[in-house]
Design a protein around this ligand. Sequence first.
Ligand SMILES: [Cu+2]
Length: 497
Amino acid sequence: MTTLIIILCLILIGIVIVQLGRVNELAGKIRGQEASENSANNFHGIMCIVFLIGFMIMAVWTTAYYKNWCLGYGPHTSASEHGELLDGVFNITVFFTAIVFVATQIALFVFGYIYRYKKGRKTLWLPHDNKLEIIWTAIPAFVMTILVVGGLDAWNTVMADVGPDEEYMEIEATGSQFLWFIRYPGADGKLGTKDYKKITGINPLGQDFTDAKNWDDFQPSEIVLPVNKKVRVRITARDVLHNFDLPHFRVKMDAIPGLPTYFVFKPTITTEQYRQNLKEYPEYNVLADPEDPENKKKLWEEFDYELACAELCGKGHFSMRKTVRIVTQEEYDLWLAEQQSFYMSQIRNSDEDPMKGKALDMEIRQRRMTFNNAVEKARASETDKVIRLDHVKFQTGSANLTDDSRYELDNLIGALNKYPEMVIEVMGHTDNVGNPTGNQTLSNSRAASVVNYLLNKGVNSSRMTSKGYGDKVPVEDNATAEGRAKNRRTEFKIISQ
Ligand SMILES: [Cu+2]
């Protein structure tokens, strides 16, 4: 229906134009054809000049008026090292194209005025002019050479990958309809391997969790980078074409499924410094949101760098915005310490964890630190001499140690070696399920089993005793499964140190 109305409107407009033409023709006949044409040509010629002047004024005025909102000008000088180079190339291009722009616009409209129809005037017959040909070939060729050579040189500098000995950090950005997944390498500084076939609801990047490099990788909700440190961003996509665009850093690179790309850049201005720069400009000293009476913040205070998707990737394209924060090294370290490994917080010991039930190197290291701290604390304390062996476990209903218990027991051997005077009592406990006598026997043999392990590892028998406490010393209520699990524990007490 709408289409039909539009078509009808167009037909009607056509008829109106034709009718106007006819009216004009008739009027011409009445007034005399020639006089009428002359006045129309003069009017059009003068309007060309008026348009030219108006257009040029608007072009210059808008440029000056909006300068401080444009990247590259006013407060928006580049916030990255290579960005200045690109801005330079851009400015050279603007310089030449502006000359051409102004010259061609003037020629277009002034010629329209000067060479409007006049009776008896003939056009100049100019079949060929060598001088003219040379000029209009040589000048553009010269300018193009400057632009292309300068541009290529800048491109090679900007796109250079990191050198083999260069210090840099690496992160990964994966475009997806419609959000960016950002991955940091964690403490090992290395991003773990991925396989698109491993992508699931809870493993959005298809990380291969048998690869230890994946265990400390984390996926923050924003990009945080330390200032003045080179960053290499691995850029990829999960579904369609996206584009990794950090406009303030002049970083822009396609994110292509199946074809990894990268961009190396060094941010040079922190978010806070950028805000302070903006503060100097009246444009940014207005309320950030005049509609919100609660929000008294100015535009400059609410400024944040952003990551956008610069490829129209679908109807949710607009929502691919992410905040980018550039901070000092100290602030970055603090932020880094707060980040949780994706694997440890989302995957560990779930059904998708290929390492389920096995102790990881990083966990073993972490447990060793916790254990050593507990020993130091108990040695320093006057009253609290008991240390729980949280990771010493037995097979159900028996005194057989599980394989992974050795890590914690080796920590204990480490402490006994470190403090040769230390004498301990190993204590076994159970929950209250089953009969008390059975529990007593089980706790006895479990404590003895630990002592046996230590003996086999060369600890002198005079330095340790074992004792079972059965279900007599619960630390939690036996009514819940969680409480019972906590009661089935092994501890040791420092008798002398
Ligand atoms: Cu996109």
